[in-house]
Design a protein around this ligand. Structure first.
Ligand code: SF4
Length: 456
């Protein structure tokens, strides 16, 4: 069996499963957020009754993160709906925007978009927060009401996005009926060259197979090249499995996974036990591709979908209006460090926005010192508008007052993960997906630029 089949077989209580089979699996964690949480709660109450109890209050993780720093009152109210439900059900893991369990969340636009407006438990973007807060464990099943839930596949678990109806059912029963996906195999070899990042790996792969090339399939990433990648890199790759239509993306378990998971689960007092899955000799794949990481160059996915693969160096004629670094995919500490590596001592020539994925990342950037200056300070000095309000922000557009949103037709280069028309705001805008280094180089020149031009 493949890694995915082994996890599903275990969760279904079976010795073996095969692709195409429908199995009932038990969930280890259900995650929801402010956009889909209220709808999921509505389904749960409608189907199980107004006084029903959730299947396990210790296995539901609620992370408001999407439409948070906006004066839109309906968006603010969604966070209050989550808080009420958490209180009613005794849900243990709720990363509220405010500290007062009886309060109401209201964003104050008069304080501006840059200064922190959240309390001590707020965790930021759900997919980045889940591992940081110790909720991703090898061998487990994670369901989330968000398509990029597949990011947790970096931790050798089966993680997939589900709709509100399925999530309402999981909330009540802890189970879900799943068709076992076929597995596509991506063997990574070699090491990335300077100026090339994990984002380039996944943009290369999606360009190869198409934005529907993995529809309802598992994407398994392994090999010596995968083992050489950091956990942040693996998260970037697994995150974008859905951009090829995949059910999930998954990496092998190794010492790096163990170190990350053990540190995070202990730090946060979450469950520390888990059982990884290892590769079998009899894996059956529907597709195989070997990717030599050392041969890759900086890549850009052009408008209007993530499979429009081109080399950054071929796109110097495309003039840009905006640059954006942030999101679960491109707003991690390592992403901002790579971004700063290119920008250090230089200035951006177009509007450039930086939105760290989580408050912990904000703190890391503000306390990481490069020759007497914080990385945060270096970015601000370079002209980047850096906000402390970690969230999804303009990654998916959001209400019109969302920080960085494309409110007029414009061309934006972005470290985010999706570029279908309208994704970051205005329907006539064009979004070019790239690595944080390529975004930095392009922000300096105002046109799409290969970051190797700025690396000595
Ligand atoms: S940062 Fe973007 S891709 Fe990630 S969860 Fe938020 S909206 Fe989705």
């Amino acid at each position: 069996m493949t890694l995915t089949e082994k996890i599903l077989a275990r969760a279904a209580g079976k010795a073996r499963v095969q692709a195409g089979e429908n199995v009932w699996v038990r969930a280890d964690i259900l995650m929801t957020h402010d956009v889909c949480g209220p709808g999921t709660i509505g389904v749960f109450k409608r189907e199980f009754g107004p006084n029903a109890r959730v299947w396990d209050p210790n296995r539901i993780v609620i992370i408001p993160d999407h439409y948070i720093f906006t004066a839109d009152s309906r968006s603010n109210r969604n966070v209050d709906i989550l808080r009420e439900f958490v209180k009613e059900q005794g849900i243990r893991y709720f990363y509220d925007v405010i500290d007062d369990p009886n309060g109401h969340w209201v964003f104050d636009p008069t304080r501006g978009p840059l200064k922190r407006q959240y309390g001590s438990r707020y965790a930021g973007v759900c997919h980045t927060a889940l591992p940081q807060k110790g909720h991703t464990r090898p061998g487990e099943i994670l369901f989330g009401t968000d398509s990029h839930t597949c990011m947790a596949g970096a931790f050798n678990e089966f993680a997939t996005g589900i709709g509100n109806t399925d999530a309402g059912f999981v909330m009540g029963t802890g189970k879900l009926l799943l068709k076992v996906p076929e597995t596509m195999h991506f063997r990574l070899e070699g090491r990335l060259q300077p100026g090339v990042m994990a984002k380039d790996v996944i943009l290369h792969i999606i360009g190869e197979i198409g934005f529907d090339g993995a529809t309802y399939r598992a994407m398994q990433f392994d090999g010596e090249g995968a083992r050489g990648l950091s956990m942040d890199d693996r998260m970037t790759i697994a995150n974008m499995a859905i951009e090829a239509g995949a059910k999930n993306g998954i990496f092998e378990f190794d010492e790096k996974t163990r170190e990350y998971v053990e540190y995070r689960t202990r730090l946060n007092g979450t469950q520390t036990t888990y059982e990884p899955v290892e590769r079998d000799r009899d894996e059956k794949f529907i597709y195989e591709l070997v990717v030599d990481l050392s041969k890759l160059e900086p890549i850009v996915a052009c408008h209007p979908d993530p499979a429009q693969r081109r080399l950054a160096k071929e796109l110097g004629h495309i003039r840009l209006d905006r640059a954006y670094v942030g999101s679960c995919t491109g707003g991690k500490t390592s992403d901002f460090l790579a971004f700063a590596q290119v920008l250090r001592g230089r200035r951006v020539s177009i509007d450039t926005f930086g939105v760290p994925a989580t408050p912990e990342i904000v703190q890391e950037l503000q306390t990481t010192d490069w020759d007497g200056q914080s990385v945060w300070g270096i970015l601000v000095e370079a002209g980047v508008q850096m906000t402390e309000n970690a969230s999804c922000a303009a990654c998916l557009g959001g209400p019109v007052d969302t920080f960085g949103r494309l409110n007029t037709p414009m061309k934006c280069i972005s470290a985010t993960n999706r570029n279908f028309p309208g994704r970051m705001g205005h329907r006539e805008s064009q979004v070019f997906l790239a690595s944080p280094m390529t975004v930095a180089a392009s922000a300096i020149t105002g046109r799409i630029t290969d970051p190797r031009e700025f690396l000595s």
